[in-house]
Design a protein around this ligand. Structure first.
Ligand SMILES: [Zn+2]
Length: 484
């Protein structure tokens, strides 16, 4: 019998520890912000015993791919995420980060505007953003990447060319401050106009500084379409030349011509991963979402408009229907709707499954929180992997689904003492019902809370409860673990 007085005991659940090991019945004890005991069912004692018989208890989910930079400040309850069991978000993906960048009220270029307007970019230094997060105390922990496009906007007067050596030095200075403030690493969005003109000789010095600080490089690659292999090669070359781990963001094979090519891309990734550190993230849907751009409209795939500044009334409607109603082409409709966002059904389900199943692949929602009619991944990603893909389709065991959301990302992003149910680890814990867990957000009704997530503890405090009785905010900024 355990004699420690745990403050909280989660009694009699199935413990899925995050490593991929088979779930086993047991008690989990918490005190303060840590896990203080794990034992046989009924063996732990404590002040507050919660009976979770028949439920699973596992580490809090780590959403490695988010655009929640501003959401954690303006909507710190973080309902779309805590209701899925997410205890940590990694912000600043796709080259786009709210910090460090002070636009002094000037409007940001696309796609930085996915995060907010000019007035929202008000953090000249990462340390200012870290202070704002800790002062706000959101319901989730926050790790932050520095966006390469944000650095370019800060350092350059013309984004349509590679950076000069002087401009690279300016970017390195901004990056150095961010890394010393605890940023997890650097992200790029070479696909997007603000970074398209940059080349590998611009990325390597920045990535090398990140490497020296023990950080990571993540990338929304230059191409996820016909030239996806070339883009993987470019990504891995940055990793090799700068000597740091790389993460391929939201891996996909986009465009009809490329459907089925995940066999090829995953084999290519495996080959490189035998020689260097590589991670991959993916979300469980066959449609992507970003800004609406005429270049990406091929008049064959379905596109849903998620927001439009001149035409807010069309949010949630198909671009094809809007164009037909207006008597113009879809590309012409894009011009009329600009600036706008969209969902593109540009992937094949077979590729989605093959990628999700790959052992290197972590789960990241890529949710876009400020869209009027968002992609359902914002509210549904994690329960969809647990329910639809693991339980219903049996794509992989539940334990493997949990590993992709917990231990794997915690190791990849160097989140110390997180991602496992283990004594001494932070008490970031989810209790869910394996029999009922499911996403409810759809492309038609994307704002819907998932089913089956019963409780979420963040740093030992209850942050979400399905009965809505106790909602606390106990998240903190997670500084990169110092490796040197
Ligand atoms: Zn992206």
């Amino acid at each position: 019998m355990d004699v420690k007085n745990h403050e909280i005991v989660l009694r009699g659940g199935i413990i899925i520890d995050g490593t991929g090991a088979a779930g086993r019945p047991g008690d989990v004890g918490l005190r303060g912000d840590r896990i203080t005991g794990i034992g046989a069912p009924g063996s732990l004692t404590g002040g507050n015993c919660l009976d979770i018989d028949g439920k699973a208890v596992c580490p809090g989910f780590i959403d490695v791919h988010t655009h929640d930079d501003r959401l954690v400040l303006i909507d710190p309850e973080m309902t779309p995420k805590v209701s899925q069991g997410v205890s940590t978000v990694v912000v600043g993906n796709c080259g786009v980060s709210l910090a460090p960048l002070d636009l002094d009220g000037r409007e940001p270029p696309q796609p930085l505007n996915l995060l907010g307007a000019g007035k929202d970019f008000r953090f000249k230094r990462m340390s200012d953003y870290v202070a704002a997060v800790n002062a706000t105390r959101p319901a989730v922990n926050v790790a932050a990447l520095v966006g390469h496009s944000s650095l370019r906007v800060a350092a350059m007067d013309d984004l349509k060319r590679p950076a000069t050596s002087d401009e690279i030095e300016v970017m390195r200075g901004i990056l150095a401050e961010a890394l010393s403030a605890g940023a997890a690493g650097l992200s790029s969005g070479l696909y997007y106009p603000p970074a398209q003109a940059s080349d590998i000789d611009e990325m390597v010095p920045l990535a090398s500084d990140v490497a020296k600080a023990g950080g990571i490089y993540t990338t929304h690659m230059r191409d996820e379409d016909d030239y996806v292999i070339d883009s993987l090669a470019e990504t891995f070359e940055v990793g090799r030349r700068a000597n740091l781990p790389v993460v391929v963001s939201h891996h996909k094979c986009a465009g009809r011509k490329n459907w089925g090519r995940s066999n090829e891309t995953l084999a290519y990734i495996d080959g490189a991963a035998s020689k260097q550190e590589i991670g991959v993230d993916a979300y469980p849907y066959d449609a992507c979402s970003t800004i609406l751009a005429a270049d990406w409209v091929d008049e064959t795939i379905r596109i849903i408009v998620t927001w439009s500044t001149p035409h807010p009334e069309v949010a949630g409607r198909d671009l094809a229907d809007i164009a037909a109603e207006w008597g113009i082409s879809q590309k012409e409709a894009c011009a009329r709707l600009d600036p706008a966002g969209a969902v593109y059904f540009d992937m094949h389900e077979d590729d989605v499954r093959r990628i999700l199943k790959h052992p290197l692949v972590m789960i990241g929602s890529d949710g876009i929180p400020h869209d009027k009619h968002p992609h359902p991944r914002l509210w549904g990603t994690f329960p969809r992997v647990l329910g639809h893909y693991a339980r219903d389709l049996k794509l992989f065991p539940l334990e493997e689904a949990v590993r992709k959301m917990t231990d794997l990302p915690a190791r990849r992003f160097n989140l110390k003492d997180r991602g496992r149910v283990a004594v001494g680890y932070f008490a970031d814990l989810v209790v869910f019902d394996p029999a009922t867990v499911a996403d409810r957000a759809t492309f038609q009704s994307p704002i819907a809370q998932a089913r089956g997530i019963e409780m979420l503890f963040v740093n030992g405090s209850l942050s979400f409860s399905v009965n809505g009785l106790t909602i606390g905010r106990s998240g903190q900024f997670l500084s990169r673990r110092t490796l040197i």
